[in-house]
Design a protein around this ligand. Structure first.
Ligand SMILES: *[C@@H]1O[C@H](CO)[C@@H](O)[C@H](O)[C@H]1NC(C)=O
Ligand SMILES: *[C@@H]1O[C@H](CO)[C@@H](O)[C@H](O)[C@H]1NC(C)=O
Ligand SMILES: *[C@@H]1O[C@H](CO)[C@@H](O)[C@H](O)[C@H]1NC(C)=O
Length: 367
């Protein structure tokens, strides 16, 4: 076996020993049991990865598994049921690709450092995407020698949503920054979105130095972000998992909340993780992250999931005080000087984003 995989297997085992006690009770939560059974297989030297569950058929296979394993499945909210049904499905067809994203144009070849903005969007968010393109997500070669690339990640509209496919393919041909997969767009499918992005980046941008993963409704101070990245020494630059760290969170048990997690699905605290509104990952960590994610069952909250995978790899999140995924004081939200000193603020309309961007670049600004 490839040594890289061995490393991943070992760290997955360490992680799982930490997460689940040795003898897991038969009534343990579903996710915990899934992880545990993966571990048991690893311990026995078996390959725990389910092979050949191709996209259209994985859902049926899963239903059978669910009826056997989750006694109160019918009491889950509809969207959560859909998530659980699809949580073993990882290979949605690609609808729109940008295979040349990191090879063509702005001279990446001779360029030692590059940043890829991977922005979670949805088909209808045309305005948000345009604001990002015109401001902090503008692609190109930075004067200080850093190249910036941007992709927007999306699934497909749900059955009752209007068909935007022609508009999207026009947008994709015009800007060449849309990546779309054929899975139902949903908050609970963001982990799948992260996973297919990792797979994509390893194939099409394998040499990228840094990835910024974030939402399409945040404001990013790109010049400050770039100077932060350039200030890192090479060991920090290759082990970066940084942003707004959430240290001690536990699942929310409130059926009214969009973050609700039924107790029969997951039991236990969350590892320390970085808020998904916007965070940084070293390009060097993309491959280990992708590899270890094969052993960790999908979780309905994508940033928690990323934290679980990093925990398995032994990489702990580093807090950066410039990242504010939970917004800043109300009185500061239009304050240009405050924004000039921050890397990320949440959440901003396309209009606010343009205004803030113009503002922090104004030659008249004295802070
Ligand atoms: C995620 O996408 C899959 C594939 O389209 C879909 O079957 C599933 O229902 C989606 N999950 C949610 C929670 O919508
Ligand atoms: C998307 O969800 C709908 C229900 O809202 C379902 O009928 C459809 O099969 C799902 N699509 C995929 C690709 O799973
Ligand atoms: C390039 O990045 C530096 C920070 O490293 C910033 O000061 C400068 O304004 C950026 N230039 C362009 C053209 O974006």
């Amino acid at each position: 076996m490839h040594s890289h995989w061995l490393l991943v297997l070992l760290s997955a085992q360490v992680y799982c020993k930490y997460t689940t006690s040795k003898a897991i009770p038969p009534n343990a939560a579903y996710w915990n049991r899934l992880l545990y059974s993966t571990l048991v297989k690893l311990d026995k030297g078996e390959n725990p990865l389910r092979q050949g569950s191709d996209w259209p058929r994985c859902m049926e296979t899963n239903q059978e598994l669910l009826r056997t394993n989750l006694h109160d499945f019918n009491s889950y909210p509809n969207l959560f049921q859909e998530f659980v049904q699809g949580m073993g499905c990882r290979t949605p067809p690609v609808l729109i690709n940008q295979p040349k994203k990191c090879v063509s144009g702005s001279g990446v070849e001779g360029n030692p450092i590059s940043l890829l903005f991977a922005i979670k969007s949805t088909p209808g968010h045309f305005e948000q995407r345009q604001a990002v393109r015109e401001t902090w997500g503008r692609e190109g070669l930075n004067s200080s020698g850093l190249s910036v690339h941007t992709v927007f990640l999306m699934g497909s509209p749900r059955v009752d949503d209007p068909d935007l496919s022609q508009l999207l393919s026009y947008e994709a041909s015009l800007f060449k920054d849309i990546l779309q997969w054929d899975f139902n767009e949903s908050f609970l499918n963001l982990t799948l979105k992260m996973y297919v992005f990792l797979q994509w980046s390893l194939k099409y941008c394998p040499h990228v130095t840094f990835v910024f993963s974030g939402d399409d409704d945040v404001f990013v101070n790109t010049p400050l972000l770039l100077s932060f990245l350039q200030s890192l020494d090479s060991s920090k630059a290759s082990t970066l998992y940084s942003g707004d760290v959430i240290k001690t969170a536990s699942p929310i048990r409130n059926p009214q909340s969009k973050y609700n997690i039924p107790l029969s699905f997951y039991d236990g605290p969350y590892p320390a993780y970085v808020g998904g509104g916007g965070f940084l990952i070293s390009g060097a960590l993309l491959k280990p992250l992708y590899s270890v994610s094969h052993f960790i069952p999908f979780y309905p909250i994508d940033d928690v999931y990323t934290g679980m995978c990093f925990k398995a790899l032994g990489v702990s999140p580093k807090a950066h005080t410039g990242f504010h995924t939970f917004d800043i004081k109300e009185g500061d939200r239009e304050n240009l000087c405050v924004h000039k000193g921050l890397i990320l603020t949440h959440k901003r309309s396309p209009q606010q984003t343009k205004k803030l961007w113009r503002g922090i670049h104004s030659p008249f600004l004295t802070c």
